[in-house]
Design a protein around this ligand. Structure first.
Ligand SMILES: Nc1nc2c(c(=O)[nH]1)N[C@H]1C(S)=C(S)[C@@H](COP(=O)(O)OP(=O)(O)OC[C@H]3O[C@@H](n4cnc5c(=O)[nH]c(N)nc54)[C@H](O)[C@@H]3O)O[C@H]1N2
Ligand SMILES: Nc1nc2c(c(=O)[nH]1)N[C@H]1C(S)=C(S)[C@@H](COP(=O)(O)OP(=O)(O)OC[C@H]3O[C@@H](n4cnc5c(=O)[nH]c(N)nc54)[C@H](O)[C@@H]3O)O[C@H]1N2
Ligand SMILES: [Mo]
Length: 657
């Protein structure tokens, strides 16, 4: 590798769509945006700019630790317990020996080993733990806490997950922001929308509130949480009634006649009642999607992740996609429906080898959204759990049950902080974090693949996940072995037209994809046609005991639960609308609890008149061990498709006693 001069071109590997290219000056530990990167374009977000705070944090775990005493059984509702007093240092050799001994005792019962992996780190070498536990035939998880309802919806509609190049937003005539937090979740999408507006492109945001899109939007349409499919269906009902669907579009839809009939049979008034949208506002939206109404360029549709974290979240996305399609906005420059693409689609996959094991056995798999409950019934039970890049106790519904599930098995947690999950481990292994090791990363939004060069030395005894697993693999019988890191990186680049040396020198490469997805209305299903939903499912009835919906929405300054403890003092804050039906019975000066059928947490309430009256908004991912984690009281519900967690369907109420 050529000698590096400051600034080092490197990249962000956080689980964020923007996947930025950085310039880092190691001497003074500063980060700025790479002005030469066509998507980063000289701008990075708050959380990225603060990475050194996390690398250099005094509370970071920088040596392997082992639990002093056996874990005590946790009861439901009990706090997750104590750290760091409960742990003591152990050498890497002894830690890996201890872990290898446990794994070797389970060689013939790989299903008793569970690998739980989150999105805390991404990339090519980051495939190491997935490959390692695949080679062992260990139990794994499926489904997701994030975006799989929408992904499955898009695959059912288009036949594949794809969208236009995000820079094509600048060609849009209008932009409908369907539930994306442009300020917090994807600042570069926000920047593009901002630029489009400066050129005169109007933007309309549809959300129940809490999106921070007001400064990015010309109009805001408040919707009842979880009901977007009814609004999209209303607009389509009108388009069909007015004969506004172009012939070539109808011909590109499989079963168009049937869908047209489904739409015609809907009761327009009840659709709007269900989503709580006034007819005048709905008509404005209709105009935005009516073909032939000015302006000449098409309408682009951005679809956020929030609206698919509901019981019928997949259907919400399918109806919005269908609206973009039948209004003639798909397959065109300046149009399109943007959900996301797979961040791994431009990366080659390498594999581990385990000579002596016969092939990869079929693996037991647990549903991630219900993991906390399913582990209790696992048969055979789990003896060993490896968690990496995932604050799983914090992030899955019913955190206390998840903490309890980690009590009996031997738990290894690869993480640098005493978060809710590390507190439940038997051994904590400290990984090098981003900027401390080399990596190649993709994006779930744009087509660039970035080189995350090592910019600084690892702290103390921290080691890269890849190195930890390679050393552990060598201690197993039979051993698990990895290709050399250089080979893995080369395999990772195999889908791109570049070699490792030039890629390292430039800092990024662009994957070849057409700028417009599904051009010519050719879809990825075998018959080339688009698919529409076959039914519109009713919204489940409200629970009169718990009439509000708990929305645990993304935070601006931090990545998920990667929040310093000193930012989580006092009571967590929730926001409600002054029009909330609950407020008349609530004494705002007394103690207030946020309650669900699973339990309750003490909170501080603030009023926000921009919110829909049915929602309680909490910024997500605070720590359960500090009384700030909403998953302590969120139940494990699953979406209609994609096995995703229906986190925002959680019903709740506020109470004084
Ligand atoms: N700063 C920061 N950035 C991040 C992350 C982070 O933790 N911090 N996490 C990253 C990850 S992994 C993800 S998945 C994304 C999350 O990106 P977003 O899509 O922004 O995700 P959410 O905050 O889940 O949802 C955003 C919006 O959904 C809206 N919403 C909720 N329910 C509904 C509904 O029923 N209808 C409509 N129309 N809108 C609704 C809310 O108003 C909210 O503002 O952000 C990524 N970027
Ligand atoms: N209530 C509620 N819960 C949610 C959501 C919600 O909207 N509401 N959103 C969900 C979403 S969108 C997502 S994506 C998930 C996110 O859930 P997680 O993937 O668990 O996200 P984080 O909390 O960021 O935890 C990642 C961990 O990885 C660690 N880490 C960072 N770098 C490295 C590394 O190089 N190696 C290793 N081994 N570890 C590393 C970090 O220190 C951190 O503890 O949570 C979901 N949970
Ligand atoms: Mo996510």
């Amino acid at each position: 590798m050529p000698e590096k001069t400051s600034p080092v071109i490197t990249a962000c590997i956080l689980d964020c769509p923007d996947a930025c290219s950085f310039l880092v000056e190691p001497e003074n530990r500063t980060i700025r945006a790479n002005p030469d990167h066509p998507f980063t374009r000289g701008f990075i977000c708050r959380k990225g700019a603060r990475i050194f705070e996390r690398l250099d944090a005094p509370e970071r775990i920088t040596r392997p630790l082992v639990r002093r005493k056996a874990k005590k059984g946790l009861q439901r509702g009990q706090q997750i317990g104590p750290a760091p007093e409960g742990f003591e240092p152990i050498s890497w050799d002894n830690a890996l020996e201890l872990i290898a001994e446990k794994l070797n005792s389970l060689t013939n019962q790989p299903e008793a080993v569970l690998h739980v992996r989150g999105h805390g780190y991404r990339g090519v070498l980051a495939q190491a733990s997935l490959n390692f536990f695949e080679a062992l035939g260990a139990s794994t998880t499926h489904g997701s806490l994030c975006d799989d309802a929408g992904i499955e919806a898009c695959i059912r509609d288009f036949g594949a997950l794809d969208h236009n190049d995000p820079l094509d937003l600048l060609n849009a005539g209008r932009i409908v922001n369907w539930g994306k937090d442009l300020k917090r979740s994807s600042p570069h999408t926000g920047l593009l929308v901002h630029e489009a507006r400066r050129q005169g492109t109007p933007v309309l945001t549809i959300s129940p509130g809490g999106d921070g899109s007001d400064g990015w939007s010309d109009q805001v349409l408040r919707i009842r949480p979880g009901t977007d499919r009814f609004l999209a269906a209303w607009v389509m009902h009108q388009l069909v009634a007015r004969n506004c669907v172009a012939r070539e579009v109808a011909q590109a839809v499989a079963g168009w006649e049937f869908f047209q009939e489904l739409l015609q049979n809907l009761d327009a008034k009840s659709l709007l009642r269900t989503c709580d949208v006034d007819i005048r506002r709905a008509e404005e939206l209709l105009e935005w999607y009516t073909p032939g109404k000015a302006p000449a360029n098409p309408t682009a549709t951005l679809i956020g992740w929030g609206l698919q974290r509901y019981r019928f979240g997949g259907q919400n996305v399918r109806f919005i996609n269908a609206l973009a399609m039948i209004s003639g906005n798909i397959g065109r420059t300046g149009g399109g429906a943007y959900f996301n693409i797979a961040s791994g689609r431009n990366l080659g996959r390498w594999r581990a080898a385990s000579p002596g094991r016969s092939g990869v056995p079929s693996r037991r798999s647990f549903l991630l959204p219900t993991l906390a409950w399913d582990l209790e019934w696992a048969d055979p039970p789990l003896e060993f759990i490896w968690v990496d890049g995932h604050n799983v106790v914090n992030q899955v519904p019913d955190s206390p049950a998840m903490a309890k599930a980690l009590q009996r098995p031997f738990v290894v947690c690869v993480d640098g902080f005493f978060n809710d999950t590390a507190r439940c481990a038997d051994v904590i292994l400290p990984p090098t974090l981003m900027l401390e090791r080399e990596e190649i990363v993709g994006s779930c939004l744009h087509h660039f693949v970035n080189h995350a060069a090592q910019a600084v030395l690892p702290r103390d005894e921290c080691r890269a996940d890849y190195d930890i697993l390679r050393d552990l693999g060598a201690r197993l019988t039979p051993p698990v072995s990895f290709p050399e890191p250089g080979k893995c990186l080369q395999t990772g680049l195999s889908l791109l037209q570049t070699d490792l040396e030039s890629f390292r020198a430039r800092g990024f490469a662009e994957a070849p994809h057409p700028p417009v997805a599904f051009a010519g209305l050719r879809f990825a299903h075998p018959d080339g046609l688009y698919r529409v939903p076959v039914s519109l499912d009713p919204e489940p009835d409200d629970d009169p005991e718990y009439p509000l919906r708990l929305l645990s929405l993304v935070r601006g300054s931090f990545m998920h639960s990667q929040i310093p403890e000193n930012e989580q003092q006092g009571l967590p804050r929730v926001m409600v609308s002054p029009g909330s039906p609950e407020l008349s019975e609530l004494d705002l000066t007394g103690p207030i609890y946020l309650a669900t059928p699973l339990g309750r947490m003490a909170v501080h309430v603030q009023l926000d008149e921009t919110l829909h009256p049915q929602i309680v908004l909490i910024r997500r991912d605070g720590w359960v061990s500090l009384g700030h984690g909403p998953n302590a009281i969120i139940e494990p519900h699953v979406t209609d498709m994609g096995d995703c967690a229906a986190l925002y369907s959680q019903c709740c109420r506020l109470e004084n006693r």
